[in-house]
Design a protein around this ligand. Sequence first.
Ligand SMILES: *Cc1c(COP(=O)(O)O)cnc(C)c1O
Length: 408
Amino acid sequence: MIKINQNYLKLNASYLFSEIAKRVNAFIEANPDSAVIKLGIGDVTKALPTACIKAFHEAIDEMGDDATFKGYGPEQGYPFLRSAIAENDFQARDAAVDPDEIFVSDGAKCDTGNIQELFAPDIRIAVPDPVYPVYVDTNVMAGRTGGFANGRYEGLIYLESTKENGFIPELPKEKVDLIYLCFPNNPTGATATKDELAEWVHYARDNKALILFDAAYAEFIRDDNLPKSIYEIEGAKEVAIEFRSFSKTAGFTGTRCAYTVVPHNCRAYDADGEARLLHPLWNRRHSTKFNGVSYPVQRAAEAVYSQEGKAQTRALIDYYMNNAALIRKTMTSIGYNCVGGDNSPYIWIEAGSDSWAFFDRLLNEAGVVCTPGAGFGSCGAGYIRISAFNSHENVQEALERITKALTK
Ligand SMILES: *Cc1c(COP(=O)(O)O)cnc(C)c1O
């Protein structure tokens, strides 16, 4: 008899996006003439930078000629891309990361989901609340939790991000082994200072723990005093793995390119309590189960770091950040508490009511779709997330409608 992995049956049917779709479709059916504006999705809307498109095209032409054709590439990524990443994203910010500490992949979602394969089944795991659901669900699948009850999985330690702590969770009171952090945060848009990150690095060092740092939104940071990488913190390399992606920063959500940094001296412990390096283990996992990102995509990603590419991605992010600033300013001016939107494309808004009730209000009275915070965890119950990923015209129109609906 073929048996299933029972852990899959523990997964809380994440009804967030299907429930949103259901409510939006019902609204459209009842109001066929209304133009609904979607500010709910975490997907970019603008085209790839022209520097990336040019490099993409040229690489495809190389694939069409026997003399320059490429078959399987290195699983870890081509040296040209790993070097460009190390230089521009780390060394330029005084974070000493070597090209061969970088593993190029087809997504930070897969990487944050796959990395937990390296760890024992019985570790104690801390996840933020609200949370990017991948961190939780992949550990449920691996059998590291109990059942789902009252909005949470038994066995996980939830790091609460609340108004009281400025949406930066405090260190856990109990000992944990693996800590997921995401800054700038999805969904709250909150950012952590160097001092705040340093506390986590110290905790990890003192407790033989490991930090998984998701910096998918690092390039949205506009305040130069804020760290983009956890490796800007002294001592982080032994205790932290960092995830980055070209998805949100360069419009690669449909093109697919990301990377994970596993420093050479980053460690975890074996059954005898001996320190073991994680780099060779991830290298083994990556080359056994992954065959590399396509050559043209890696050339397109490399072009992000060319002079034109830098200017174009900067302009792309500025465009969304202009939306974000307008959302935050407007929502604040009509009396709502907001976090995010200054160094991130998400604005986390205190709804003053249940998040689904507020979602319905925005949909029915303004024809605007947001994301109810409850979908990201218990701490999101009184909040909604508005995303800056849309055209400036749509954002302006949405905010006019919201203002009218909420101030009448
Ligand atoms: C969008 C996003 C990612 C990026 O995922 P890709 O698979 O690289 O597209 C990673 N982490 C968070 C928190 C995100 O919101």
